[in-house]
Design a protein. Structure first.
Length: 144
């Protein structure tokens, strides 16, 4: 695990307590490990005073409070996110999480199986689009 870096977003923190700061630091570390430093830095650089509180919320709650829980392995969390984002049609986030899934050790076959599962439970059109998005990321990463 990498050392946590304090949030540079600043204004509009979701909470000022030591516990909130700990969650943000833990969330920042996990977010960097899953999505990469480049993505995190790019997200922070694009933050405005209006959007910065949302960046803090995502870091603290999504990455700090949820992704650090012991109940699921990171690879499993990635596969769940792929299914959910496919169902919701959130293609930008889906592509990001396919990339993260690969960083978390998921295989192409596992991602394919999750997308096939979404065809049955979320609908074929959602699965087709999810598969197109995942394929584009996998192509960028190289390999079959």
């Amino acid at each position: 695990m990498t050392e946590a870096q304090p949030s540079s977003v600043g204004a509009g923190r979701t909470g000022g307590s030591a516990a909130a700061e700990d969650l943000r630091a833990a969330g920042d570390a996990v977010r960097r490990e899953v999505l990469g430093d480049e993505h995190v830095e790019r997200s922070r650089a694009r933050a405005t005073p209006f959007s910065a509180p949302l960046q803090d919320l995502v870091t603290e709650y999504c990455w700090g409070a949820i992704w650090t829980r012991p109940g699921l392995e990171r690879a499993t969390r990635s596969l769940v996110n792929i299914a959910l984002l496919t169902a919701l049609g959130r293609n930008d986030e889906l592509r990001l999480h396919v990339r993260g899934a690969m960083r978390n050790g998921c295989t192409r076959e596992q991602i394919q199986e999750v997308l096939l599962q979404t065809a049955v439970y979320c609908g074929v059109p959602a699965a087709l689009e999810g598969t197109r998005q995942a394929q584009a990321v996998l192509d960028e990463l190289g390999g079959a």
